[in-house]
Design a protein around this ligand. Structure first.
Ligand code: HEC
Ligand code: HEC
Length: 398
């Protein structure tokens, strides 16, 4: 047996095989290190949810986030070079407004793609801010249309409406959002020299595809984290509340007001669950949570918004019906409309609200203002890149 083996595989052949193998491994390593992008370190924040919304096939990298920032602000994402057609995510999501709009409401909105969905639309939805999305694992958009628990039932039938990545192509394609065509966008972005080395650095080759655009912008969105607000400092022992802020904090977390049930749970200032919070329903919008679940309790229900930066994200509620925080507090105090669908966590609903005194309203407002992180509004890592020149969409007038 031994001698047969020796005859068939003499030592020299073994050596050649080993050498070829080793050089293949070497070649593969050199090539893979060439385009292995730099992992991005997320901040380790106390009091924020431990589990994040990040998918295995799209880990955050320094290069990916940079590419995503460029694409987010590039008016050519609309697929057209014509000055009147330049449109980007930043046309509606403005950094100085915590990445929400200027009170801009779309007639229709980004969520209307399938024809089923179009036939039932009414009203308009407010632009949502794009901060701390990485901590939301319970669906995006006011009604949770984009959800990794989505089945192929309901309005999103058969379409891929699952991740933050999907929001990108949906926004590009939707008539009421950017009104573009994915093919045109991919062609135009592929033809721009600036991007070729950037795609190569992040993905290994210069190839531009919609999947890569989706991934890069989603990475950029996941990197926008707002935590430098006063309440964070207070909980960390670095700052102190004023007396009115402290009274507001206590009221917010009391059973009398009950706000904490839906807008706390972590420093995200939302549970990211869906509730009917007792808004007047005469203008009942059919694109509520019920559309997906068919549970009666979800009629008129929307995702509770995070209250971080609520000082600057108005107008408020899914339809922007309240212009100021004072109006929102008047609503919780005496404007609740009690129906069969009102969430039981809304206190005093049967009496029309929690009946706050003037001082209590002021205290609650003082507390809400401790949730403002102004650093995010000017942070250059989230701003329009100078390199985009005339193609950059930015709102310097603000
Ligand atoms: C024409 C204005 C407009 C443009 C352009 C636009 N959006 Fe939006 N965006 C909206 C509106 C309105 C909503 C809320 C829709 C809803 O919930 O019904 C929204 C919601 C979102 C959300 C969900 C946030 C959350 O907390 O659930 C994300 C993410 C988002 N947009 C990302 C983008 C990206 C990325 C782009 C560019 C590819 C973009 N948007 C372009 C108006 C716009
Ligand atoms: C049962 C859950 C629940 C409770 C309790 C609750 N909210 Fe809300 N809140 C919501 C939901 C849901 C919305 C969005 C409703 C919509 O758009 O239709 C909302 C919206 C808001 C908004 C507007 C945010 C924005 O960006 O549009 C503010 C501010 C707010 N709530 C503050 C409070 C305060 C203060 C309290 C306590 C007095 C409170 N909420 C109690 C669920 C709740």
């Amino acid at each position: 047996m031994k001698s047969i083996l020796r005859k068939k595989f003499p030592g020299r052949i073994f050596l050649v095989v080993i050498l070829i193998g080793a050089s293949l491994v070497f070649y593969w390593q050199i090539n893979s290190t060439k385009f292995s992008a730099t992992p991005y370190q997320l901040p380790d924040l106390k009091f924020f949810p431990r589990k994040v919304n990040q998918i295995e096939v799209n880990r955050l990298t320094v290069e990916g986030i940079r590419l995503g920032r460029f694409l987010f602000y590039d008016g050519r994402l609309s697929g057209s070079l014509h000055p009147d057609s330049l449109r980007s995510c930043a046309s509606c999501h403005i950094q100085q407004k915590s990445f929400t709009g200027e009170g801009f409401q779309m007639e229709k909105n980004a969520t209307e793609l399938s024809s089923d969905y179009q036939s039932i639309k009414t009203g308009s939805h407010e632009v949502l801010p794009l901060i701390n999305l990485i901590y939301n694992r319970n669906g995006f958009f006011w009604n949770g249309l984009i959800n990794d628990k989505n089945t192929n039932k309901g309005p999103s039938k058969g379409l891929r409406y699952q991740s933050l990545e999907d929001v990108v192509w949906i926004s590009i394609e939707s008539k009421d959002c950017m009104g573009g065509s994915i093919d045109q966008t991919v062609d135009l972005i592929s033809s721009i020299e600036l991007y070729q080395p950037m795609f190569k650095k992040d993905f290994g080759t210069e190839k531009v595809s919609i999947e890569r655009i989706d991934k890069a912008i989603a990475q950029f969105l996941r990197s926008i984290i707002a935590f430098r607000f006063k309440l964070y400092g207070v909980l960390n022992g670095e700052k102190k509340f004023e007396p009115d802020e402290l009274r507001g904090y206590e009221l917010f977390h009391s059973e009398k007001a009950g706000c904490f049930h839906c807008h706390a749970g972590s420093l995200l200032m939302t549970t990211n669950e869906y509730y009917n919070n007792g808004l007047m329903m005469d203008s009942l919008d059919s694109r509520d949570r019920f559309l997906f679940t068919n549970y009666l309790k979800d009629k008129g229900a929307y995702r509770a918004p995070s209250l971080i930066n609520c000082e600057i994200t108005g107008p408020y509620m899914h339809d922007g019906r309240y212009k100021s925080l004072d109006e929102v507090l008047d609503f919780y105090s005496e404007g609740i409309q009690y129906t069969d669908f009102t969430d039981p966590l809304i206190k005093g609903a049967i009496e029309g609200g929690i009946k706050l005194t003037r001082t209590e309203k002021n205290d609650l407002k003082a507390f809400l203002l401790t949730l403002t992180d102004r650093s995010i509004l000017a942070d250059t890592s989230f701003s329009a890149p100078i390199e985009l020149g005339i193609y950059s969409i930015r709102h310097s007038s603000l």
